[in-house]
Write a protein that binds this ligand. Sequence first.
Ligand SMILES: [Zn+2]
Length: 1014
Amino acid sequence: MHDDRTLVEARLKRVLEERIRPAVYPESVPLAVSVWTAPGEPVPVAEGLAAPRSPIAVGDAWGAPWSTSWLTVAGTVPGSWAGRTVEALIDLGFDANMPGFQCEGLVYRPDGTPVKGLNPQNQWVRIAAPAAGGEPVLLHVEAAANPVILDYHPFLPTELGDRETAGDKPQYRLARMDLAVFDETVWQLVLDLEVLGELMAELPTDGARRWELLRAVERALDAIDLQDVNGTAEAARSFLVEVLAAPAAPSAHRIGAIGHAHIDSAWLWPLRETVRKVARTAANMTALLEDEPDFLYTMSQAQQFAWIKEHRPEVYARVKKAVADGRFVPAGGMWVESDTNMPSSEAMARQFVHGKRFFLAEFGIDNEEAWLPDTFGFTGGLPQIIRNAGSKWLLTQKISWSQINKFPHHTFLWEGIDGTRIFTHFPPVDTYNCSMKGSEIAHAARNFKDKGVARHSLAPTGWGDGGGGTTREMVGKAARLRDLEGSATVRWQRPAEFFAEAEAEYPKPPVWVGELYLELHRATLTSQARTKQGNRRSENLLREAELWCASAALRTGLAYPYEQLDRIWKTVLLHQFHDILPGSSIAWVHREAEATYAGLAAELEELIGAAQRALAGDPAGGRELVFNGAPHGRSAVPAGGAAVAVTGPGDCAVAAREGGGFVLDNGLLRIVVDGDGLVVSAVDAASGRETVAPGGRANLLQLHPDFPNMWDAWDVDEFYRNTVTDLVGADEVAVHTEGPAEVAVRVARSFGSSTVTQTLTLRAGSGRLDIDTEVDWHEAEKFLKLAFPLDVHTERYAAETQFGHQFRPTHTNTSWDAAKFEACNHRFVHLAEPGWGVALVTPSTYGHDVTRAVRPDDGGTTTTVRFSLLRAPRFPDPRTDQGRHRFRHALVPGAEIGDAVREGYAVGLPERRVTGSAEAVRPLVELDQDALVVSAVKLADDGSGDLVVRVYESGGGRARGRLATSFALAAAVPCDLLERPWEGTRGEVVADGDGVRLALRPFELVTLRLTPAG
Ligand SMILES: [Zn+2]
């Protein structure tokens, strides 16, 4: 037989596009439209409904960036349409090829009840089925003119990302405002032909099924009268029944589809717009659930549920009902889908605490899966946190975005730094916006790496970010793919059911140990430095606030600020969303985040101050007490307590260096700063060992050009390293402080349009050289690094993560090693040879890189650690990071891992001085083993008055110790993160009157609920 395949396929494409799809709505009449544009920010629904309208017509421009227009559409169903299905078609000026990221609408009835959202792929509103004819139609649309930030030519700098710079040029033109007859038979024919045509394109041309489909499609096309599609659609469909009924092969891949809209909690729009995006999509999805009995939908992020509850109670009532029916499924158990690289141990824990608690309180649901489809990499600390939250599964899709290496599994056990294993699934469909296209379904089946031992995968299905979620067309396609020869099978499935089934079929999945590093978006560890520092500052202040407020509550009866801390935590958690903390949002989001963090800092300082004053007693007592919020004692002040300040004699000295520069010495460290303000020597007296590599100069600022191929705020591409400028020229190198307690050298530099001032400080009794860097940054598309070439020979280094540290190679042996050219640390990186090590600690910088070189003259190895201070990408915020910044870094020569942990905490948690009458404030709890570190001291969230203490093993070894309480202890119960009794066995936790004996595994964390006696 002659091969006419391409001819028939081209025919299908044209007839579908030009004749069949247009025939879904064979008749239409225009609606009358009027408009009112709110003068500023969005207004309450009642106000928008009541505002006076003026006329507007299809073709008219509307919508200054970020404005809201209230449209009223009115008309009458023609009498001749009696008995037919009638829909309103409202096209606000959408680009249907870009679902999401544009204008959006929410439709209301005249009484203010929401109907559904309007989105590029979802422009219909059902009016009547069947229509009586003659009924009046009156609807209102709250239309948000969100501008397109990520356009067809992506990543171009734009001023549209902030209301303050966006101007007032209308962004859209009303494209269609009609009442129309909906021909369901033609609509079904479209889906039949799409499903079969798309499946056909994926099948081998030498297989019979492809040709059977081709011939069936051809017969259906033959049956269509192109001048009367509506009259012949039924007949055309009859030629497709048989091929649609042929069942899938027994070995077919099985896709559990779940309706979903990945809604970024802020990104190319401000937080306030997400509140509305979520409401529109939830309105859409609850409506679709009513129309489609098989369909299931999942929504993550407790914060988004909380927004609907607060701002759109009518939509929330529908959500609650659908949740109760088991069809609208809360997923993930986190407050938001946060970044996981940068949040501190406690913050990562609280994401689960607040997320799970919300779902439990609102719906009685205890989620067991972590749902993070889009997060930019996953730390080795996360598995233990998931397990301690009472969860056991993880879903993410993001690792498929890695630039270099293909991850070897789609379903596997992921083992964290402490040995906890979490059953993890990467949907092989490689998207969290599946649209049920044949190419996606076939890709999932082909791509699945666990074939032969597993058969199930999950496909989150629907348009996110203002695309409106799952469409009725996707549901229609899924129904046809349920059991179809040549295709993977598809059925709607809740995430927990998927995981249970996948786990049951795969008893011995492969294991991946350590972090799930995303080989992309590496610059999200650096972009928007002020947002990152706001996060870190808030985390530190929350630690202190909980500690001192709990101490004051137990010691003095001061009321514990439960509600205030709860609200502040939730605000901090929200800002850890995976486009806020990573710095990949528009200017508006980061401008607001900075203001929010400043407000939180003021509130927390007030809480800390009030608690410490209560503990210190009457200021007339005149004693200066030093409060130590760090987990280790320092300057004779115990951890978590206060003592009267004692000032030692101090023996710091600074001397001029021959040839320029200075020598700083405090008896513990001897630091040589050269005439350029660079550190050419750092020797710790204990070992006598030099830290700086021969010929190397530490504290070296380096400037690189930084223009990635795409995703400017997100990405730094490896080639940035090819060009570098060492900023060695100094405007000034001078002694800044000269006293027995402290010596400091100040260095000033200028480059490009920017200036830097650095203060290098050595304090009495400290084994740390502190480097405070103040930058006035006015560069574009540059990357600023701070380099420390160290004389250390090691194949790996440690970088702190949640509840421990993870190791990374210093070499680039494999493509996996080479791809980690920029990585995350929390408070320290640590490098060691047996018996000697060095740490670099920081309270302000997450991004860093570590490289190695062998010196030709002495054969030694130079391992260079560089912190990533600032970038200046121009998309999506054209002025990212411009202006003043402060950073602190410190060099700790001769540091063991325990020193790195201690100094990492100390550098971010300065001592506080308060005048009072008390002689001292005894800590509530004290540990007698340095490797055991207190991560949180707080009152139990249930208001019982119990004390909750979280402890972890910080060194990567085993640790035995005793946690002594300074109050009589009635009970000590190990708990999960939600402060519920721990189920199952755990390391030794034995209460003994006024303390608890602990024996913890490497990096093990334990949460203790301590009930005071009496
Ligand atoms: Zn996202």
